[in-house]
Each structure stands twice: as C-alpha cells, then as structure tokens.
Design a protein around this ligand. Structure first.
Ligand code: G3P
Length: 217
C-alpha cells in the first residue's frame, strides 16, 4: 500500500519523508488555506521534496477553465497529479488532461458509480472520502470495497486512493480491502506506531535492565 500524506505542511512532510513513509502528497484548497502559503510556491516546494505524485487541486468549476488550471498546476513539476472534483465538468477535464499525458486524481468521490465514471474517464487515482461518509452515518469502507470489486472485475487501472482518513482503523481497513493508496493527515500516520502493550513492554524491559546494573558499551 502506498502512503500519501494529506497536508501542505512542508515540515510534517519532511519528517515523514526522512523515514521513507511518503510515497506522495495530497493537497486541496482547504489544506492550502491552512498552510497560509501561496499554492504555486508551496506545491513546487513539496514536489521537490518527494519523488511520488503531489496532488494539486483546480478551483474552476467549468471544464475549459479546469483544463487550463490543470495545465498550469502540472507545469509546476513533473510529479504533479492534477486534482479535479467528481462533477461532469471534472470528468471532462480528467479525460482531456489524461489524454495529454498528465496524472489526474478525481476527488470528492462518494459512490461506486462516480468511481466507475472516473475510471472510464481515465483517472490515475480515484479518491473516495471515507471519513465524510462515516460522518453522515454511511459506511465509507463499504464504498472502498465496492470500488475494489468493480475495478478488479473489469480490470480498470485507476488506483483507489482512500481519502478523508481520520483514524488508524481507517488505514487498517483500507489496507485489508486492498486500496492501492491511502492519504492521511500526519497525525494519523504517527499514531499508527502507538500501542499500549508496546509502551508497557518497553517500560518492563527498561526497569529490568536497570536492575542488571549493566551498560551497553
Ligand atoms: O483527502 C481528503 C481530505 O483532505 C479530506 O479530509 O478530514 O477533511 O474529510 P477530511
């Protein structure tokens, strides 16, 4: 499973990247706002830090303007994936941009039918939003499983990018189902290392070691 980091915070990306945890980065207008940075400048910096795809999202809502913005964003670096929303215009932009050889991440996906359309339009990635479905009492993981089944049945090459991940359990479940990629906020990735039995076991080992009076030299 590939790990993308869902942030435009370059310090957070650098910390995880040093550990080999970053296969790519996803951003969106809300994350750009949170960073307080200029979209072109921060996207260029991130793209220079990581080898894998860096998603940068268009903000136009009509296909011709989306395509123009997509070309601009893709011009920032070779590893940019243009992110477009799953609207009919977004699908048109997806088709046009992928035909031009760009990577496209179709975002804000909330149904299997939407995912099917994105694959038909040649999307490189489809981003189903797990957390936001859970927020309204629907099952985000069921959507990931449905898309996996559909894509595998018909051999679509579009990669399932599990997004809007809020918990470590979301990561486990998405991995179990076979999502190709997950994108999570840095805090969730850090939390994946935590386990109370690890802390407890380490405390015991250290206490026993203290009693031996030894040192590793
Ligand atoms: O990957 C999409 C993500 O940024 C949305 O997450 O938590 O705002 O639903 P969230």
């Amino acid at each position: 499973m590939k790990f993308f980091v869902d942030t435009a915070d370059t310090e957070e990306i650098a910390t995880l990247n040093d550990l080999g945890m970053v296969d790519g980065v996803t951003t969106n207008p809300s994350l750009i706002l949170k960073s307080g940075r200029d979209i072109t400048e921060v996207t260029r910096e991130i793209a220079g830090m990581v080898a894998g795809p860096v998603s940068a999202e268009v903000v136009a809502t009509e296909a011709p303007a989306m395509i123009a913005e997509g070309r601009k964003l893709a011009g920032i670096a070779d590893n940019i994936a243009v992110k477009v929303p799953l609207t009919w215009d977004g699908l048109k932009a997806c088709k046009a941009l992928t035909d031009e050889g760009m990577m496209v991440n179709v975002t804000l996906c909330f149904s299997a039918n939407q995912a099917l359309l994105a694959a038909k339009a040649g999307a490189t990635f489809i981003s189903p939003f797990i957390g936001r479905l859970d927020d309204i009492n629907l099952d985000g993981m069921e959507l990931i499983a449905d898309i996996r089944r559909i894509y595998d049945t018909y051999g679509f090459a579009t990669q399932i990018l599990a997004a809007s991940i809020r918990t470590v359990n979301h990561v486990t479940e998405a991995a179990r189902i076979g999502a190709d990629v997950m994108t999570a906020p840095p805090a969730v990735i850090h939390k994946m290392a935590e386990h109370p039995l690890t802390d407890k076991g380490l405390a015991t080992f250290l206490a026993d070691w203290e009693k031996t009076g030894q040192r590793i030299v």
